[in-house]
Ligand binder design. Structure first.
Ligand code: 2IT
Length: 447
């Protein structure tokens, strides 16, 4: 058995209860085969064994009191996965299905994503099995304060800098920032995605979605095509979908769908006006986690309850909702409908078998860890803004974001080319992201 297969077997055995983590690690490690073959020194240094084991995992109790005085207890997590190239950096996810396997898959992906940005940030992720749906503002605040009352021991501007993810936006970040500052008596950039008056970065909110569309634009450009005039199927309706829809509209595409846990919306006129973009924000702010009201507000649109949008024909597909939203069943329909381009915006929205099937059938695939890295890249710019006690303009941010996304695309394409894999952005992103972290780990000794 090869070194790589051996590590994968051990990993599956040790983490049998964490299928999402196994999925993410398998996807990355298998595409490193040609790199590992050229570097026999990695095995001697147990580089891969160290890479798949988080440096530190913190699991903690989060007690809080609801509006009726009832006490609840949730489980909080922070996985500090890899600090070879910078302080741990990555979001916090509040969702009822959160457990260690979800946080580890996200943290593992984050190592390579952060490396791809070219910026000095390591990989981490955290969250809680807390369901924000239907919670009052006071309940959200008390939960965030309790969560931070434990987490603050383990983070800091030069140690570990969390941000948002599903269920955690500017409101939650701000409550956590307030509590951190109170406990530590330090005003520092310990969280990113803050409000603008207290250290937040102009443009961070839309950065992930804008970055995804810049990445998709580079993919299309490789085939002599443009975003302008393309039809696009988008899933989700949260922060990432919103930024994606906005930038697609700027560039002249037509967004046919958005979706939620309750079903999907098909809008034959396109999710194309400022009013429609703003309504996505309203849907999110409602705290109900449904997209159906869009079809009441815009009667030309149709709501398909309980369905996903992947059966709708389009030039480009951008999954923005959550992990594993495209499986084999969806992939088969997409291939039958002549799908040519997929650009992932959510983390790991495609299962490994669906991804392989789509690529075998000629679909050009932009992997999440490359395509959605614009969010964390701007988070790192926010860290720089805070550390430098300064403020950047939106123009400065957008300009850097666009450059970073073009670089990520070009570096992934070049890494794939270097190993004789043609234009394979999936393998190329894994290889380019890995190489920098591997070089740093090798240089820093057995730690
Ligand atoms: O998945 C992600 O990259 C994020 N949720 C953002 C992480 C960050 O630190 O901005």
């Amino acid at each position: 058995m090869s070194y790589l297969q051996n590590v994968l077997e051990q990993l599956k055995e040790k983490n049998a209860e964490q299928p999402e983590f196994i999925q993410a690690a398998t996807e990355v490690l298998t595409s490193l085969e040609p790199v590992i073959a050229q570097h026999p020194e990695y095995e001697k240094a147990a580089l891969l064994e160290r890479l798949v084991e988080p440096e530190r995992t913190i699991v903690f109790r989060v007690p809080w009191v609801d509006d009726n005085g009832k006490v609840h207890v949730n489980r909080g997590f922070r996985v500090q996965f890899n600090s070879a190239i910078g302080p741990y950096k990555g979001g916090l996810r509040f969702a009822p299905n959160v457990y260690l396997g979800i946080i580890k898959f996200l943290g593992f992906e984050q190592i390579f994503k952060n490396s791809l940005t070219g910026l000095p940030i390591g990989g981490g992720k955290g969250g809680a099995d807390f369901d924000p749906t239907g919670k009052s503002d006071g309940e959200i605040m008390r939960f965030c304060q309790s969560f931070m009352t434990e987490l603050y021991h383990h983070i800091g501007a030069e140690t570990d800098v969390p941000a948002g993810d599903l269920g955690v936006g500017a409101r939650e970040i701000s409550y956590m920032f307030g509590q951190y500052k109170r406990l530590k008596n330090v005003y520092e950039g310990v969280l990113t995605g803050k409000g603008l008056p207290y250290g937040g970065l102009s443009g961070r909110t839309e950065a992930t979605g804008y970055g995804v569309v810049f990445f998709a634009r580079e993919m299309l450009k490789h085939f002599g095509e443009t975003i302008e005039g393309k039809t696009v199927v988008v899933s989700g309706f949260g922060n990432v979908s919103w930024g994606t829809v906005q930038k697609l509209n700027h560039l002249g595409a037509k967004v046919l769908t958005i979706s939620g846990p309750d079903g999907y919306i098909y809008d034959p006129d396109g999710v194309s006006t400022k009013e429609k973009e703003d309504f996505m924000l309203e849907l999110r702010a409602s705290g109900k986690n449904i997209c159906a009201p869009y079809a009441e507000k815009f009667p030309n649109a149709k709501f398909f309850p309980g369905e996903k949008p992947w059966g709708v024909k389009a030039d480009l597909y951008i999954p923005c909702a959550t992990q594993n939203e495209i499986g084999m069943k969806e992939a088969e329909v997409m291939v039958k409908n002549g799908c040519k381009f997929i650009c992932e915006a959510a983390n790991m929205p495609t299962t490994n078998d669906a991804m392989a099937y789509l690529m075998e059938n000629g679909v050009v695939f932009g992997p999440a860890k490359a395509a959605n890295a614009g969010g964390v890249a701007c988070s790192c710019i926010e860290m720089g803004q805070n550390a430098g006690h300064t403020v950047f303009s939106p123009e400065q941010v957008y300009e850097q974001l666009e450059k970073i996304m073009i670089n990520i695309h070009d570096n992934a394409a070049a890494a794939s080319e270097k190993y004789g894999l043609g234009y394979n952005l999936v393998a190329g992103a894994n290889i380019a992201g890995f190489q920098k972290v591997a070089d740093a780990m090798m240089a820093q000794g057995i730690v």
